[in-house]
Design a protein around this ligand. Structure first.
Ligand code: AMP
Length: 448
């Protein structure tokens, strides 16, 4: 028994842990690309006047249920929810728009200069079936523009303004993608009207009636959605349903006058900004809170999970969460997919490498090597300093493995004369120079 117990203890200690299904480790050099993408987002969004918000990773479950919609897949099936020790239900955030709206209300951000433009980046959590481009912990880069409606404002006269805001937000995403060198990004737009009898509600009734007539030819998912969320049937990717869907009534023919005007103005605004788009009347988006403008961007190299960005207008969401009547428009980019697409196109960037490998031998040389390393790093160069002395041959081999550009050789001679031996690893050439000369050479030849 004892032996068995000890053995099982031993076995337990040897358990190999693995990251939980649908989660993954991001490692160098990939993380360099992640950092470049995030840095570029900060820069580009900054030029459009956006500031960063960092909100908590978990929130009250009710916040997501109320904003995203209790009947959606995200809330109904995919959230990681659990009871806290005081028995309140909390959830890992499946997206961040609800949190941004909560923060807007909580901190009275309607009193800040309007419209308020915020961006965020960070992990989101949804219990989906993992596959390429679909994870349970994934990362989004998103932005929101919020504007509380002042007394006497709003309604029809705001249409040109809202449309310009929508178009500028879309222009910002496309600018960001272009700056990253993302190729083949395609923008699709649509308007899903607003929740009124003479607009979306009326359309959904017509759609439902049309769907009932073809119900028998639809798959079980779509049949269920006729009842729960008829608009989502338009999202179907099932081959056998495509011809049927093509014959359904289109929302673009059932928009009310204001929504139709707004949609036309968005298209005019996009054209003025040189943003190319395709219209897709089937683009309805999965989350309940959208109205009027919806958009999606697809990219190459991603297979079936090819949407890299989704967004839309959500006037009324802040009010639904207990705030003042407020307009909103935003988007979320799937960073994992964006990175995959960049890597597929060979834009992943090279391995980290080093600018300088310091090969030293001898006690005096170590002090000189440490001092030299400190000064080179201060100047911004990537320097590898071996912790113990190595024969020069071995040191140069290691410098090669690390893709170092130069080896700085410091032995007794170099310490005595103050002149460094610098070896260029690409061609094996070698030269003696002072520290100042070496720094000058690095500044000229190493791209930072
Ligand atoms: P959504 O918040 O559903 O509008 O999604 C916005 C974007 O986030 C999508 O276009 C995807 O690029 C990305 N996304 C959503 N869910 C996942 C997931 N499970 N794994 C990876 N990316 C995702």
């Amino acid at each position: 028994m004892r032996v068995a117990g000890a053995l099982s203890g031993l076995m337990a200690n040897r358990t190999k842990f693995q990251a939980i299904k649908g989660t993954r480790d991001l490692l160098p050099p990939d993380t360099e690309l992640w950092n470049r993408v995030e840095q570029t987002a900060r820069e580009v969004f900054g030029t459009f006047g956006f500031g960063e918000i960092r909100s908590p990773i978990f929130e009250p479950t009710e916040l997501f249920a109320r904003s995203i919609g209790a009947d959606t897949d995200v809330v109904g099936k995919e959230m990681y929810s659990f009871d806290d020790r005081d028995e309140t239900s909390i959830s890992l955030r499946p997206e961040a728009t609800a949190s941004v709206c909560r923060a807007y209300i909580e901190h009275g951000l309607h009193a800040w200069p309007q419209p308020l433009k915020l961006y965020y980046l960070g992990p989101m959590f949804r219990r989906e079936r993992p596959q390429k481009g679909r994870y349970r912990q994934f990362y989004q880069i998103g932005a929101e523009v919020l504007e509380t409606v002042q007394p006497g404002q709003g309604g029809t006269k705001d249409i040109p303004k809202d449309a310009a805001v929508d178009a500028e937000v879309i222009e910002m995403v496309m600018t960001f993608f272009a700056r990253l060198g993302l190729e083949g990004a395609q923008l699709q737009i649509n308007s899903i009207g607003h929740a009124a009898e003479n607009c979306r509600r009326g359309y959904v009734q017509k759609l439902k009636a049309a769907l009932e007539k073809v119900k028998d030819k639809l798959g079980p998912d779509s049949q269920r959605r006729i009842v729960t969320n008829p608009l989502r049937v338009l999202d179907s990717k099932l081959e056998s349903e495509q011809a049927i869907i093509a014959g359904l009534p289109k929302i673009s023919e059932h928009l009310c006058e204001d929504c139709a005007k707004q949609y036309a103005e968005v298209k005019r605004q996009l054209a003025m900004r040189g943003v190319k788009y395709a219209e897709n009347w089937r683009l309805v988006r999965g989350l309940d809170y959208y109205m009027r403008t919806t958009f999606e961007i697809t990219a190459k190299g991603l297979g079936s999970q090819n949407a890299v960005c989704g967004g839309g207008r959500y006037d009324g969401l802040v009010e639904l969460l207990g705030g003042l009547p407020t307009k909103g428009i935003g988007f979320a980019i799937g960073e994992d997919r964006l990175i995959l697409s960049l890597q597929e196109a060979g834009k992943g960037g090279a391995a980290a490498g080093r600018d300088v490998f310091v090969a030293w031998m001898g006690e005096k040389a170590q002090a000189a090597a440490i001092a030299a390393t400190q000064r080179l790093r201060t100047a911004g160069f990537r320097v590898e300093l071996p912790p113990v002395e190595q024969k020069f041959g071995k040191a140069l081999g290691q410098a090669d493995k690390l893709s170092a550009r130069y080896a700085l050789i410091l032995g007794e001679d170099e310490v005595a004369t103050g002149l460094w031996t610098v070896k260029t690893l690409a061609d094996g050439s070698q030269a003696k120079m002072s520290e100042a000369e070496f720094l000058e050479k690095l500044r000229n030849e190493v791209k930072k």
